[in-house]
Design a protein around this ligand. Structure first.
Ligand SMILES: C[S@@+](CC[C@H](N)C(=O)[O-])C[C@H]1O[C@@H](n2cnc3c(N)ncnc32)[C@H](O)[C@@H]1O
Length: 318
């Protein structure tokens, strides 16, 4: 399933069809069917509510799915899960009757704060001696800034000490704010109750220890980071790069290289990411690169798996 370049401007129908196929490949048939219903409705009045052409990396399909899920969660729509005429008209009615909800979601970058991706971060952290200063770009509600909270005792034993943590997001969410919590839940696909449970577990502990996530762009935040002797500075991001435009992607890469150029054996830098593996691959890859470490320099791929962070070798949802 070839993925168009993130910056490509594509027809809405093509973007939604791609997302539909992707949901099917991710074993999310209800989400796929809802997107199919949206596409089928594009010849009708729904079309006026949606842009005809979209940036591929903006994932407009995810935005519409989250809007529909929000209407369901709030009790404002009752959408049949099976594809067919009843689902098609219920989806079209829901979008037409709640244009403000659709507009709200269309205007926002999807904010799935996914614990499964944080488990991948944790796997990479286990290779770092520490003590670690952990900084996340595009951290959403900051749920992945507390890898110690996750329950796998085996991994917990191997985690380095984390002495400082922080993150940035264009739109930070607060795990204690009911509106933000409702937003986070809406982005979990309707097919994935275990992801929803994992999110709710994370939100329960995060309410007592919200991470410091500042409102700032990824490139600007990365450029503001420094190294500290006696620590390993870690820059981490997941499911972020597709949302950045070309200029910000370039500035981000330059900021990380510039920081890496200042790294020493006593003040190392590590860049860890869970992002698309390639344009022709539905998988994401866990990549790690270090500066100042004996084995540093080139990038290593440590693992691969789904966008939601489930490793390919594991069939269990995270
Ligand atoms: C799909 S979410 C992923 C959140 C988190 N990284 C995770 O994996 O759970 C993408 C996040 O990136 C943020 N984002 C998008 N563009 C950004 C930018 N230019 N700078 C900082 N954050 C950005 C969004 O607001 C959103 O919270």
């Amino acid at each position: 399933m070839h993925r168009p370049p993130d910056d490509a401007i594509v027809d809405l129908v093509d973007a939604l069809r791609w997302q539909q196929e992707f949901c099917l490949a991710m074993d999310a048939p209800v989400s796929a069917a809802l997107l199919g219903a949206v596409v089928d409705g594009l010849t009708g009045p729904t079309s006026t509510l949606l842009p005809p052409r979209v940036r591929s990396g903006d994932r407009v399909g995810l935005r519409i799915l989250a809007a529909l899920h929000r209407l369901i969660l709030d009790g404002d729509a009752d959408l049949p899960r099976e594809p067919g005429p009843a689902q098609r008209s219920a989806v079209a009615d829901a979008l037409r009757q709640h244009p403000e909800v659709l507009a709200h979601y269309l205007a926002r970058v999807p904010q799935t704060n996914e614990i499964g991706r944080g488990r991948q971060l944790r796997r990479a952290l286990a290779e770092i001696p520490g003590p670690v200063r952990l900084f996340e770009l595009g951290a959403s509600a900051g749920l992945n800034l507390h890898p110690e909270q996750w329950t796998d005792a085996h991994d917990a034993a191997r985690l380095p000490e984390i002495v400082e943590r922080g993150g940035c997001d264009l739109d930070p969410l607060d795990p204690r704010d009911p509106d933000d919590v409702a937003l986070l839940r809406s982005y979990v696909w309707i097919d994935n109750p275990r992801r929803r449970e994992a999110l709710d577990r994370a939100l329960a502990w995060a309410a007592d220890m919200p991470a410091a996530v500042v409102r700032r762009s990824a490139a600007d935040y990365a450029a503001s980071l420094t190294l500290q002797p006696g620590t390993d500075t870690v820059i981490w991001h997941s499911a972020l790069l597709m949302y950045l435009d070309g200029d910000e992607r370039r500035r981000l890469a330059e900021a990380i290289e510039a920081l890496g150029a200042r790294a020493t054996a006593k003040a190392r830098l590590w860049h860890i990411s869970w992002e698309w593996r390639s344009a022709d691959d539905a998988d994401h890859a866990l990549r790690m690169r270090s500066w100042g470490a004996a084995e540093g320099g080139s990038e290593r791929v440590l693992a691969a798996g789904s966008t939601h962070g489930v490793s390919r070798e594991s069939r269990e949802p995270a």
